[in-house]
Write a protein that binds this ligand. Structure first.
Ligand code: NAD
Length: 473
């Protein structure tokens, strides 16, 4: 890549104070660009700039702030192809899916343009008025993962900015470039200091969350890192939103066509090479249709075109980074010892981090691939006989992010969905995330809410003003 992208600190696009590092294209395993690496001094500068910009930004009319979000959406839309191409290079996903992420990101920005946080009158009687007001928190530290770098950025930026906060973003070290390209575009639209972007090699996250200038941490990533973020927030009782890992179960009911549902579940498991927090990570299928389901989903997996995401026709790209690739390979090797691989199962013998869609049947529930989050293109298909038993098996997880139930009888499927202990359960659909609908995890999948009005309110502090007329003694 010829263009050298820059950090955004206090309205200026700047080189990294700590040099630069390689960004690897996962389809080749080779570096294709350099990313500026922020120094600790630049982290301090970014937080100071966000803090300095906060009073004026918070005082700006909400309509004006919304209008800037609309401008960001327009600017992103005008450069969809450029963003998508860079996204495929750094993240690996096929071009069509990269376009989908960028276009989806414009929807998210636009969903918050007209949002207002109005005072709520809780009581107004006999001269007594109780009103709940909402004020922005200050500087938000946004920390994002490598699976959907642009979508994760805008999901935090739009509600934070429209409610009057400022932000310092730290993207994941393996996918920083689209965030820097976004920073370039934002530097022409937003006032200096309102949005800052610093990049690191996994060394500044802890310093950012612990920074005394940060009022709230909006984190998306693994449960292991989320626990560190929560501990770090405790020191100053910072506000924190954690969107963490998942191990979503898909429960197939016995009144549905095995072939038709296999296709939907295949897509829910393999989109973005399975690297989605709410990807289908375990499929539970009734015993009487288990063989037919396995046969069809294996056929679909074998039909996949696994290649560089930038090549036309590719349906499954590489795993995003070497570390994750090694983890996925390890889980597949372990699964071979306890179950039967019916599609895929061997990494491709070529450069890059390619694991073909892999389907494993006949695994016991205590197999690592069933218990752990694979976050890759590998799906265990498990058999069940009894509906209450399968609900218990689906719920027997430390995670509680999403899940899905598939059945013709919508009432029955919905009843099953209500018993799944996760933040979201979809019925006869998957990955239906909408910026107007709150999203959150139960158990160790997260804390707090993102998206929807509820998610937006997490970027505010509620103040109750409770007033009565003064009475002379
Ligand atoms: P990760 O936890 O390794 O990294 C996430 C971010 O945290 C990165 O920017 C990283 O640099 C930063 N970080 C690392 N150490 C830190 C520290 N001590 N303090 C603060 N920040 C630190 O996660 P990942 O591997 O990039 O992403 C994959 C994980 O993210 C999966 O578990 C996936 O399920 C989860 N995820 C969840 C959601 C959701 O909405 N719930 C969405 C996408 C991904």
């Amino acid at each position: 890549m010829d263009k050298q992208l820059k950090l955004l600190v206090g309205g200026s696009l700047v080189d990294g104070g700590a040099g630069s590092f390689d960004v690897v294209n996962p389809a080749t395993g080779k570096a294709f660009a350099q990313c500026p690496k922020a120094s600790e001094a630049q982290l301090d500068e970014a937080v100071a700039a966000a803090k300095a910009a906060f009073p004026a930004w918070a005082a700006t009319d909400a309509g004006e702030r919304g209008a800037m979000l609309a401008k960001l959406a327009d600017a992103l839309e005008a450069r969809v192809a450029e963003f998508a191409s860079l996204l495929t290079m750094e993240q690996g996903k096929p071009t069509r899916q990269a376009m989908g992420e960028i276009i989806g990101s414009t929807y998210v920005l636009r969903a918050f343009v007209d949002k207002r946080v109005e005072p709520v009158v809780l009581r107004d009687k006999d001269g007594k008025t109780v009103t709940e007001h909402r004020t922005p928190l200050g500087v938000v530290a946004a920390i994002t993962p490598w699976n959907y770098p642009v979508m994760m950025l805008v999901q935090k930026l739009a509600p934070a900015l429209v409610t009057g906060n400022t932000m310092v973003l730290k993207p994941a070290p393996t996918t920083p470039l689209t965030s820097l390209l976004f920073a370039e575009l934002a530097s022409e639209i937003l006032p200096a200091g309102v949005f800052n972007v610093i990049c690191d090699e996994n060394d500044l996250g802890g310093k950012l969350t612990a920074h005394p200038g940060v009022a709230k941490i909006a984190f998306t990533g693994s449960t292991a890192t989320g626990k560190k973020v929560m501990a770090s927030a405790a020191a100053m009782v910072k506000r924190v939103t954690l969107e963490l890992g998942g191990n979503d179960a898909a429960i197939v009911l016995d009144d549905i066509d095995a072939k038709a549902v296999a296709k939907k579940i295949y897509e829910g498991a393999m989109t973005n090479a399975g690297q989605i927090c709410v990807a289908i990570k375990r499929a539970y299928v009734p015993a009487n249709m288990y063989d037919a389901f396995c046969e069809e989903i294996a056929r679909l997996a074998n039909e996949a075109i696994v290649d560089d995401g930038s090549k036309q026709g590719t349906t499954v790209g590489p795993v995003q980074n070497r570390q994750q690739f090694e983890k996925v390979k390890e889980l597949v090797e372990d699964a071979k010892l306890h179950g039967k691989v019916i599609a895929g199962g061997e990494a491709l013998d070529r450069d890059g981090y390619f694991m073909p869609p892999t389907i494993v049947r006949d695994l016991p529930d205590d197999a690592r691939l069933v218990r752990e989050e694979q976050f890759g293109p590998v799906l265990p298909v498990l058999k069940y006989d009894d509906i209450d038993d399968v609900i218990a098996r689906a719920n027997a997880s430390e995670y509680g992010l999403g899940g899905s139930v598939w059945g013709k009888d919508l009432t029955r499927a919905t009843e099953v969905a209500k018993k799944i202990d996760t933040g979201t359960v979809w019925v006869n659909q998957y990955l239906a995330i909408d910026p107007r609908i709150p999203f959150r995890g139960s158990k160790q999948s997260g804390l707090g809410t993102e998206l929807g009005d509820e998610g937006m309110l997490e970027y505010t502090q509620a103040h109750i003003v409770n007033a009565v007329p003064f009475e002379d003694a």
